[in-house]
Design a protein around this ligand. Structure first.
Ligand SMILES: [Zn+2]
Length: 236
């Protein structure tokens, strides 16, 4: 059971606050798997990464995932409760053979490498190039040149892998009966929780430092219960 202290959660939030979501997910996993260096974590497939993030979420905040969403039809706010275990799946990372080329699921490193490509078609081609290699490669010189037909085939396989890896939630509005689907991203969800928790800690530190003159370190050493009890008294 991973048990990050409030100070450690604040550190994770501070490290990732100005980073891209791909980097934030890796920072979180590095806390969970300190024996794995960031470059190794970047080479996990997105499916493997998300399964580890689900485990981390359960360890940090528990199994239940509360949330809400506004109905796109009538704007009614709907609350829901998800279960980390409902998103568990066996990740199949076996490469698929296409026209003699080996296609593997993309990793964080692959997605990061095409992130700054402004032309979506060029980004898709570059991703196809990277993912048809047998192993991750660093140098553009090692990437294979793909025919239009090969690139199209690989891109369609990557789209299938992406769809299979994506968690999609089905919603039905209790008010207007509108139905729709929304993708669920455990990395985004967990990061928003880290942000909320860090925001609450910063607020508490601010209030207690003003009221009692205590320093940040000492305030973070307090248990959540004791910190909340002091905040109640400050606000009374
Ligand atoms: Zn509605």
């Amino acid at each position: 059971m991973l048990n990050l202290s409030p100070a450690q959660i604040l550190e994770v939030w501070e490290s990732g606050a100005r980073r891209h979501p791909l980097d934030r997910a890796l920072l979180l996993l590095h806390r969970m798997q300190p024996d794995m260096v960031l470059p190794d974590l970047a080479d996990l497939s997105i499916g493997q990464r998300d399964q580890l993030l689900l485990t981390l979420r359960r360890q940090l905040f528990g199994r239940e995932l509360p949330g809400y969403i506004d109905c796109p039809g009538c704007r009614t706010r709907l609350e829901f409760m998800l279960d980390t275990e409902a998103f568990r799946s066996t990740v199949n990372d076996h490469p698929v053979e296409v026209d003699g080329l080996c296609v593997r699921p993309p990793t964080s490193r692959d997605l990061a490498s095409v992130m700054k490509e402004s032309d979506p078609e060029q980004a898709a081609y570059r991703l196809a190039q990277r993912c048809c290699a047998a192993v991750a490669v660093e140098s553009a010189h090692e990437l294979p040149v793909l025919s239009t037909a090969q690139a199209a085939k690989i891109e369609s396989i990557l789209a299938e892998i992406d769809t299979a890896a994506d968690s999609v939630l089905d919603f039905s509005c209790t008010h207007c009966h509108h139905t729709w689907q929304t993708p669920f991203d455990i990395g985004d969800y967990l990061w928003r929780e880290i942000e909320r928790y860090a925001g609450k800690l910063m607020h508490d530190i601010h209030m207690l430092a003003l009221a009692y003159g205590w320093n940040e370190h000492d305030i973070l050493e307090l248990s959540d219960v004791r910190r909340a009890a002091y905040i109640d008294r400050v606000l009374a």
